[in-house]
Ligand binder design. Structure first.
Ligand SMILES: Nc1ncnc2c1ncn2[C@@H]1O[C@H](COP(=O)(O)OP(=O)(O)O)[C@@H](O)[C@H]1O
Ligand SMILES: [Mg+2]
Length: 366
């Protein structure tokens, strides 16, 4: 990355509360206009990290740089950031217009310019005509639009969103996801959104930072994170994953599972591991191929133990005692395919674990 492309650089930031370390030596960079998602389970330190970037929380170590300048000691009012919280945090006694114009007023903008800017923002977030309403008269989605407009009012260089959609119902959430992303792209504002919702991160982010226990465990595009999860934690947290234990490395790309061998594409294997090392092999449920054609590699015989209907697909639990090991697998299969192949509970079923969809993790206890 060229340095002039980097808008935000977070370097080794650490935050402790007493003896507890909430954020530990986290480093990452954001390019101008990029949409980053900080993704992780509840309590992993996401909000603390975002608050440190905003200037709402002190740093015990490390620094935050904006356009190469260390802003670690600058208060939030000097950083030109817009912030949206999960809880809307609107002033209940002010109308939508007054909420949106609040920051402009405190910056001393003249009245008529504020009115004009507020009109623009109401249009921008699709709330034209609702400006005179108080927050209590607006739906959750509308309130969050007001909060977004308020954050954007001052034309921030950096937009920080802390779980802005998690209090909303599923339909509104899905709609606002798209709206926020389109708005962010239109404005080109560098944005960091915190979420514990993997779907949100996968659908909205240019890049995802996965946090666990205060540490950054992986960063990458949504496809990289989903297709090449760096650790079993990431694999399990984002999407579903089958883990096949009791596997042992034989040689490069060849792994022994009970009485059979599995071939793993070299780029997915673990080159650094010595032969004989116990490993876990992982595959996404949607990557398991039912009834593969003749000559396919990595085919194992299984029995269907349970089928769960999910409308567009079935989740199928399979048992594979034929391998000589206790292997349980879950396959997600489009309903149309289940019908066409006439898959039923208790039937025997050959499945293929395609070599390019397998991943190898050191250790057998995942
Ligand atoms: N002001 C504080 N004092 C003490 N502990 C805190 C404080 N703020 C956060 N924590 C703790 O730090 C951890 C991370 O919190 P937080 O950043 O809010 O996580 P997340 O947003 O990922 O759910 C939690 O264990 C939380 O209890
Ligand atoms: Mg939080």
């Amino acid at each position: 990355m060229l340095s002039e492309e980097i808008y935000l650089a977070v370097e080794n930031v650490t935050r402790r509360f007493g003896a507890f370390t909430a954020v530990e030596a986290v480093s990452f960079q954001a390019r101008r206009g990029e949409f980053l998602c900080i993704l992780g389970p509840s309590g992993c330190g996401k909000t603390t990290l975002l608050r440190m970037i905003a200037g709402l929380e002190g740093l015990d170590a490390g620094r935050v740089c904006i356009e190469g300048r260390d802003v670690s000691r600058l208060p939030v009012s000097k950083r030109n950031v817009g912030i949206v919280f999960q809880s809307y945090a609107l002033f209940p006694n002010l109308t939508a217009r007054q909420n949106i114009g609040y920051g402009l007023q405190s910056r001393g903008w003249p009245r008529d310019r504020i009115q004009q800017r507020v009109d623009e923002l109401l249009d921008l977030v699709g709330l034209r005509g609702l400006g005179r309403q108080h927050p209590s008269r607006l739906s959750g989605g509308q309130q969050q639009r007001v909060a977004l407009a308020r954050a954007l009012a001052v034309s921030p260089d950096l937009l920080l969103l802390d779980e802005p959609l998690s209090a909303l119902d599923a339909r509104v959430r899905a709609m606002l996801r798209v709206e926020i992303r389109q708005l962010q792209q239109r404005l080109g504002v560098t944005t960091i959104m915190v979420t514990h919702d993997q779907d949100e991160a996968l659908t909205m982010a240019d890049r995802i930072l996965v946090i666990d226990g205060g540490r950054l465990v992986q960063e990458g595009t949504p496809r990289q994170i989903y297709d090449q999860p760096g650790t079993p934690f990431v694999a399990r947290f984002i999407g579903a994953m089958n883990f096949i234990g009791d596997v042992c490395k034989v040689s490069e790309g060849i792994y022994r599972l009970g009485g059979t061998h599995l071939t793993v594409a070299p780029e997915n294997g673990s080159r650094r591991l010595a032969a004989g090392t116990p490993v876990t092999i992982a595959i996404r449920p949607e990557d398991v191929i039912l009834m593969p054609g003749a000559g396919a590699a990595n085919v194992i015989d299984t029995r269907v133990v349970r089928m769960e209907y999910r409308g567009f697909q079935f989740r199928i639990d399979l048992k594979a005692p034929g391998t000589g090991a206790e292997v349980m697998l879950t396959a997600d299969v489009p309903s149309e395919k289940v019908r066409r192949l006439n898959i039923r509970e208790q039937m025997g079923l050959a499945v293929q674990l395609p070599m390019d969809r397998l991943r190898v993790y050191a250790g057998s206890g995942h």
